[in-house]
Design a protein around this ligand. Sequence first.
Ligand SMILES: *Cc1c(COP(=O)(O)O)cnc(C)c1O
Length: 380
Amino acid sequence: MKPETRLTRIGRPHDGRGLVNPSVERGSTVLAESAASLYDAPPGKPHYGRMGLSSQTALREALCELYGADWCMLTPSGLSAMTLPLLACTSTGGRVLAADCVYGPTRKFITEILPRHGVQADFFAPGIGAGIADLIDEKTQAVFVESPGSLSFELQDIPAISKAAAKVGAVVIADDTWSAGLLMNPLDLGAGIAAQALTKYVGGHSDILLGAALARGETAEKLKDYERTIGCHVSPDDAWLALRGLRTLGVRLARSGESALKIADWLADRPEVSSVIHPARRDHPDHALFQRDFTGASGLFAVTLKNFDRARTEAFLDALKLFGLGFSWGGFESLAIHCDPQIKRNHGKPVGTLIRFAIGLEDPGDLIADIEAAFAAVKA
Ligand SMILES: *Cc1c(COP(=O)(O)O)cnc(C)c1O
């Protein structure tokens, strides 16, 4: 079955009552039937609320099925879906290698928190591919990738990187928020852990913060044990909303990706635009990797603008009426931001004024008209 079909089947309750959705259960205490069963609950039956009740379990099961994973760690934000696996997979004296294009807050965690635990961090150029073997040493415990990077959209060769990492037993952790678990599966490409901000496409309505990290085999056991031991828990309501979002993820993501490519095509012909950066376009430098590893386009991309200083860039963004100005993406409403001038990179920054568009569910023609009007407004 195709993913769109599976999204309508997975994570349903199987308690024999016939409801197609789990209920939101609130509870900390789960009473035992007898003193003997206090320490002897049947496997899979939660004996305490922190393990998650029906909606969290349904969401976990749905995501495990989508990724072909054995465990899904649910985390209270997308960022913690990146940071907790990094903690779970490292220890003092170890080392982490991370792609230079990773999400800013993930980078801050890697550079500021990991060293406090005695874990050294180094960044590599996203296009490194099999060349990462030269950087990997016996101390390397994890390699963190984000493909494509959510600001500069460089892809990473996950199979080549995973192969090199496997030689020293390092786990590859992949932030695949852009593909939402639907357009690419890092676990099938060799990564040990696939992590995403459910806040974005899965949530889909800009009303929850949530994350998930998934793995198979021994790594799955490790994540499960870490989640339980560190006390990570998400609310039943947020899990329920994420599961509801998952039902329509296929159509929303397809629509968002299709509109994004239409708008990108239109932008490519505009005199104000020097480049359009979307990996599904033939003119993207990593397009061959995209064709090999991805099944479709997502709705987040960027353009660079010609002769737009800070004031003109801000005037352009302020003139947009349909695009909200805000961080995050994956919701129903289109958003735009300009690239943070403080962006940190070791291996070359994106050049020019970078505008990131997150395309939502509006009519693409209306969105194009909105951008056209904003260009006209800053022409004078
Ligand atoms: C938004 C985002 C995150 C963090 O998700 P939150 O839910 O906002 O914490 C992590 N990675 C990427 C690529 C993101 O876009």
